[in-house]
Design a protein around this ligand. Structure first.
Ligand SMILES: Cc1cc2nc3c(=O)[nH]c(=O)nc-3n(C[C@H](O)[C@H](O)[C@H](O)COP(=O)(O)OP(=O)(O)OC[C@H]3O[C@@H](n4cnc5c(N)ncnc54)[C@H](O)[C@@H]3O)c2cc1C
Length: 415
């Protein structure tokens, strides 16, 4: 019987534990927290966007951080496989906007508990509140692991310790250190899917304001670097929400390349051309010649945003419509379609939804997830230098890499 140790009981660790146990291996998941799957429990705002219904080929496009490395893993364990697995565990799923797949119950804990129950039923061993501190390697083969409580021998070990974000869930970067001790390179860590701090302080005045159907562009080096359409939110420090998180991947990449002066342009009316929006404004103005600008704009903009737009367009909000010049009106139109903010910096990595960077994928076999440096050592999940957009793609990446690692760890030759 193959002895397999899974380091970390998050999304990847639980998937790896279940798969290895299904293949008849003797499995130990060693988890440093009191509970496994703490991060899984808070995914999708507690609802767990477990995967996406898009064709599996699209997952690579949705994985800007080394998506191609995942080609084989995505083929070996697809989104359909994950959905079928959950259904077989009596966790029905539903598909929402953008193909996002959630448990029908809207409870992330149902997903986590199904993993734990299955793992236990398959005879897997769970060590809680035990932290792996070292890997034992001899002649290029994994022999076991050291923890704060003892030593365990194994035929294969899977590092599934997650990234660097939300450290209260247990993912505080231990896996990078473990991999380093056996010679692996760590690609510089940076937050991905992270809210952005802005230089402008007026964002504080509208914190909590959420905008739907808007477009955010990231502008640097006089070029639009990325465009995202959907929902965003103002916060006391800057901007956040789904499209800002997606755009942040580009921002942190630019910052890594030392690009200065990165701007965010918000188009509040992306469905309209400048001309059509101007006509709409002219129509509203012609029907309310004696009213103040702030009152007329209520038909076009959320109330909270009106003083900001007036200020950015440099027009007194109390001005009567009949006093507004053509230049002022066009300035207003342009501001609505290009509300500018300057990026100060991303929020700290601890607040990131995922960590970009990690164990270099060049040193890991994409077909098996085995280390190219140490036989019998495998990697899975966010500890690898992979990161995807929101939409269930990160959990799928964790599940696919874990499934592959466990399959090959359990079926490979004993070292
Ligand atoms: C707020 C939030 C919401 C998210 N929502 C979604 C979503 O809806 N859909 C989606 O696809 N992705 C989502 N993600 C991303 C997703 O949760 C992660 O990509 C995924 O959990 C990564 O899985 P993992 O197993 O690699 O790491 P983790 O789930 O972080 O698990 C790592 C585990 O290893 C343990 N560990 C660490 N070091 C040691 C050690 N030395 N010894 C023993 N154990 C150790 C940790 O305690 C932890 O339990 C979200 C992330 C956050 C922060």
């Amino acid at each position: 019987m193959k002895k397999i140790i899974v380091i970390g009981g998050g999304a990847a660790g639980l998937m790896a534990g279940v798969r290895a146990a299904q293949l008849g291996a003797s499995v130990r998941i060693i988890e440093k927290m009191k509970m496994v799957g703490l991060k899984m429990g808070i995914t999708g705002k507690g609802r767990c966007n477990v995967t996406n219904a898009a064709p599996i080929e699209d997952f690579i496009k949705q994985t800007p951080g080394n998506g191609k490395f995942l080609y084989s893993a995505y083929q070996q364990w697809t989104n359909e496989d994950v959905i079928q697995m959950l259904h077989s565990w009596n966790v029905p799923t539903k598909v929402e906007r953008g193909g996002r797949v959630f448990p029908e119950s809207d409870k992330a804990l149902d997903v986590r508990n199904a993993f734990i129950d299955t793992y236990r039923k398959l005879g897997g061993t769970l060590h809680l509140e035990e932290s792996v501190t070292d890997l034992i390697v001899q002649d290029g083969h994994i022999q076991g692991v050291v923890t704060n409580k003892g030593k365990y021998t194994c035929d294969a070990a899977i590092i599934a310790t997650g990234g660097m974000s939300y450290p209260l869930t247990g993912s505080s970067g231990d896996g990078y250190e473990l991999a380093k001790t056996v010679g692996h390179s760590i690609v510089e860590l940076r937050p991905s899917l992270i809210p952005l701090e802005t230089k402008e302080s007026w964002v504080k005045d509208i914190m909590g304001l959420s905008l739907k159907n808007v477009e955010v562009s990231i502008i640097a080096k006089n070029k639009v670097q990325t465009k995202q359409f959907g929902e965003m939110l103002f916060a006391h420090f800057g901007v956040t929400g789904p499209i800002v998180l997606s755009a942040s991947h580009t921002v942190t990449k630019l910052l890594k390349k030392k690009v200065e002066s990165i701007e965010i342009s918000i188009n509040l009316k992306p469905a309209l051309t400048r001309e059509v929006l101007d006509k709409r404004v002219q129509r509203d103005f012609s029907e309310a010649q004696n009213k103040q600008l702030v009152n007329v704009l209520k038909g076009l903009l959320p109330t909270k945003l009106i003083p900001v737009i007036c200020q950015l367009a440099k027009i007194e909000g109390t001005k009567a419509i009949h006093d507004i010049t053509k230049e002022e009106r066009l300035r207003l139109v342009d501001t609505m379609q290009d509300m500018r903010l300057s990026v100060h910096r991303p929020r700290p990595i601890a607040e990131a939804i995922v960590t970009a960077g990690g164990i270099s994928v060049k040193e890991v076999d994409p077909k098996t997830m085995q280390s190219k440096l140490v036989q019998g050592l495998y990697m899975a999940g966010e500890v690898l230098d992979i990161d995807a957009f929101t939409g269930g793609y990160n959990l799928q990446a964790a599940f696919s890499t874990a499934y592959v690692a466990a399959t090959h760890a359990a079926e490979g030759d004993i070292a």
